[in-house]
Design a protein around this ligand. Structure first.
Ligand SMILES: Cc1cc2nc3c(=O)[nH]c(=O)nc-3n(C[C@H](O)[C@H](O)[C@H](O)COP(=O)(O)O)c2cc1C
Length: 307
């Protein structure tokens, strides 16, 4: 059985993953945090939490709220900053078999370009995942990922600042995700990741105030899975570059749905907080399914629902 996936076929070096299963950014720290719970080297790739130019403390507490089949979070990009990541984390990643993608986030196009250039050629960094769900301070706080021109501008700026494979991660908080996906793909992204969290809130009826310190947060977990799946399905009809499916995936069956909708790889996020072996369960379950159904190569399942 062949589970290997080429995630960046349009990149000169490409980005081969030995299987399509990776974690979702922000739910797996820097990879090291989970190494006592599962064999992280078995994964197709690891994506670290969002990284900014400067370290960030994140949003005020409380930052997490459970919802039916989901989770609201307003972490606010808490992270150690790119310099500490290069000094403390990348050397360790360089000794790993599993490729690590760095999730990058900025407030201006220039921030993204500087991050991309700083991470270019750093041993241990195999690619970038560009989080365009962040507010653009130059454009009055509109998130980059909700405007096709801004999404394309960030993509181009990153691509011209690095020789690494670039995956652009889209926000679902838009009217037409296909329009954004096309803009990013035409700008030259090597792959897309769909989707980030959906905006939502919760109110504490005792204090009569918003529950989260930041008022609103991002909804994730199985509650958003059908929304994410449909977005992957729609975008897969429109673009030729690989898609990484993300949103509520926790079992092999979920991952296979995304694969059949057109995802070449999948990410497991929130479900890991309930099942710390979620990533391994997904990986082993995909293998079992392929064996049972006599599927030789995972590529035979990608986009099957379109045929
Ligand atoms: C606690 C938490 C932190 C997150 N941090 C990031 C982040 O740093 N960068 C990013 O692109 N997405 C971040 N996300 C979004 C996830 O990577 C993922 O896109 C989203 O949660 C949907 O997948 P899931 O339902 O499997 O969690 C975060 C999600 C959660 C729950």
């Amino acid at each position: 059985m062949n589970l290997a996936v080429q995630l960046a076929p349009t990149h000169p070096r490409g980005l081969w993953l030995k299987n399509p299963v990776m974690n979702a950014s922000g739910t797996f720290g820097y990879g090291t945090e989970y190494s006592s719970l599962l064999d992280i080297q078995r994964l197709g790739a690891i994506v670290c939490k969002a990284t900014t130019l400067e370290p960030r403390e994140g949003n005020p507490q409380p930052r997490l709220r459970e919802t039916p089949c989901g989770l609201l979070n307003s972490i606010g990009l808490q992270n150690i900053g790119v310099e500490a990541l290069i000094e403390q984390k990348a050397p360790l990643w360089a000794s790993w078999k599993v490729p690590v993608l760095v999730n990058v986030a900025g407030e201006t196009v220039e921030d993204y370009a500087r991050l991309a250039s700083r991470l270019d050629g750093v041993p241990g960094v195999s690619g970038l995942e560009v989080n365009i769900s962040c507010p653009n301070v130059e454009a009055g706080g509109i998130t980059f990922g909700t405007d096709p021109r801004m999404a394309a501008a960030v993509t181009k700026a990153v691509l011209s600042s690095t020789s690494l494979p670039v995956v652009v991660k889209l926000t679902p908080n838009v009217t037409d995700i296909v329009e954004i996906a096309l803009a990013v793909s035409e700008a030259g992204a090597h792959a897309l990741c769909l989707v980030n969290t959906l905006r939502g809130m919760s109110i504490d009826i005792t204090s009569r105030k918003p529950f989260l310190g930041n008022v609103w947060g991002g909804l994730s977990g199985p509650a958003i899975r059908p929304v994410a799946l449909y977005m992957v399905y729609q975008v897969a009809r429109a673009v030729k570059i690989p898609i990484v499916g993300c949103g509520g995936i926790g079992t092999a069956e979920d991952a296979l749905e995304f694969t059949m909708a057109g995802a070449s790889a999948v990410q497991v996020g929130t479900v890991q907080f309930v099942n710390t072996r979620g990533l391994v369960d997904v990986l082993e379950g995909i293998g079992r399914f392929m064996q049972e159904k006599g599927v030789e190569d995972i590529s035979g399942l990608v986009g099957a629902a379109h045929r």
